[in-house]
Design a protein around this ligand. Structure first.
Ligand SMILES: Cc1ncc(COP(=O)(O)O)c(C=O)c1O
Length: 443
């Protein structure tokens, strides 16, 4: 641990004794006291409650929530309309082993909003959504291989965990990346089934897809919302290349769907064959969804036997998630999306000015209300550019921002604003970030 981390960390410890107690007391019955994404050094905060734009930890410290449950809580916490929908649903029964009429209205709302959706199916997580969309693409095309982008994240099943964060020593040439298995225990054959594409290199993407087109069922495309600067012409090229080569395009809107009522695909001007959703679609409950062309999705229709396809799950389309998700979507009006996008631009423009004024070598990227802060000033076009960033200031800046009263993602990546936030929340965050970085640098 560097000196700067130790000093800021000491001050973190002093104000979060109860969090520490709960973390260290933890339990020996869970596999680690905090789930993977929650862990950071010296230990993760335990939150007591959330309300609107704020969180309170168990020691009584308040934070402006700039992470919003991995981007899912787009309305902030306990939005009255969402809570009303939940409280109306609870007395009807939590899970009754039959449809409760809660799925059709949100399905209709989604298909009305997103042009490329003829049909949709709800599951319990983004991971399940990408799993089923890929399986459908393979079954429909009769081809086995899939392609994904180097550094793209689509959840935690074997093929999509390939080359999420490959060590550069194993990653191969930038224009023809190696397929590097991710999670331990993945099937040994998985690397052979996944073609890895480089972001923002149309020429390489076209060459690799043309070379593999006879074996390739689909390209799954995570646009890296709020992580890389998104170039619409690149997304449009991926759409054109997949279509010209008989390869299905699965677009991952699991984070991006908050950008516009019709999703990021409407902003980019692309029409994927299948799209995966999650996060905001469940109104704060576990959810995933996938949908798209009727000729693909209808293969899952149980009233049409003999298709050979199926998708099922005990808690799929859970009534509480459906009711809360519909309420959340109804609140995410075009005006709400515009407000969020304007706040996101205000934040990154303000951070840029502040970095220049304070001579801080850093940059901020946003796609609407999803944003990341990076240390380094080189252009960020792909995974390898991200891997070349300096990470030494990330942890002390995150901890110093907590002390300022701002809760960001602990990597300072894929943070998210919420609808009830105001310009003054954003301006406060910009100034606090300047102070936090100065402190991280000085110690
Ligand atoms: C772009 C993207 N796709 C897929 C997923 C997986 O979703 P889930 O965590 O609900 O399984 C995530 C999760 O963060 C994501 O960011």
């Amino acid at each position: 641990m560097t000196q700067s981390v130790a000093t800021i960390a000491e001050s973190f410890r002093a104000r979060t004794a109860r969090s520490r107690e709960l973390y260290e007391g933890g339990t020996s019955y869970t596999a680690g006291p905090a789930k993977g994404a929650y862990y950071y050094r010296p230990y993760p905060l335990t939150m007591d409650r959330g309300e609107g734009t704020r969180l309170w930890d168990v020691d009584g410290n308040a934070y402006l929530d700039c992470a919003n449950h991995h981007t899912a809580q787009v309305l902030g916490h306990n939005h009255p309309r969402v809570m009303e929908a939940v409280y109306a649903q609870i007395p009807r029964g939590l899970a009754v082993g039959a449809p409760m009429g809660t799925e059709a209205p949100i399905a209709e709302e989604m298909c009305r909003r997103v042009d490329s959706l003829d049909r949709i199916r709800f599951v319990n997580s983004g991971t399940e959504a990408t799993l089923h969309a890929i399986r459908l693409a393979r079954g429909f095309t009769g081809k086995t291989k899939i392609a994904k982008f180097e550094g793209g994240y689509h959840g935690s099943h074997d093929p999509v965990e390939v080359s999420v964060a490959p060590p550069l020593a194993k990653a191969g040439p930038a224009h023809a990346p190696n397929s590097v298995p991710g999670a331990g225990g993945s099937s040994p054959s998985v690397a052979d089934e996944v073609l890895i594409l480089p972001y923002n290199d149309e020429e390489a993407v076209e060459r690799l897809i043309v070379e593999n087109r006879d074996d390739l069922a689909c390209v799954i495309f995570d646009p890296k919302c709020g992580i890389l600067r998104i170039r619409p012409e690149f997304a449009q090229a991926v759409r054109r290349i997949t279509r010209e080569n008989g390869v299905l395009l699965i677009f991952d809107e699991i984070v991006a769907f908050r950008t516009a009522p019709g999703g990021l695909q409407a902003v980019l001007g692309i029409d994927p064959d299948l799209t995966c959703f999650g996060k905001i679609v469940g109104g704060g409950f576990p959810v995933g969804a996938f949908g798209g062309r009727a000729d693909l999705m209808d293969l899952l229709d149980s009233s049409k036997p003999g298709t050979g396809f199926s998708q099922s799950g005990t808690f799929s389309a859970h009534p509480l998630a459906m009711a809360a998700g519909l309420a959340m979507l109804q609140e995410l009006t075009p005006e709400a999306c515009d407000h969020l996008n304007r706040l996101g631009d205000r934040l990154t423009n303000g951070l840029k000015r502040m970095f220049a004024r304070e001579r801080i070598v850093a940059q901020a990227v946003n796609t609407g209300s999803v944003f990341s802060i990076y240390f380094g000033d080189h252009e960020l076009r792909n995974y390898r550019d991200l891997a070349a960033l300096d990470s030494s200031l990330v942890s002390p800046t995150f901890l110093a921002l907590l002390e300022e009263g701002y809760f960001l993602g602990h990597t300072l990546g894929m943070c998210a604003l919420s609808v009830p936030m105001t310009d003054s929340d954003i301006d406060g965050l910009i100034e606090a970030t300047g102070r936090a970085i100065a402190r991280a640098q000085a110690e």
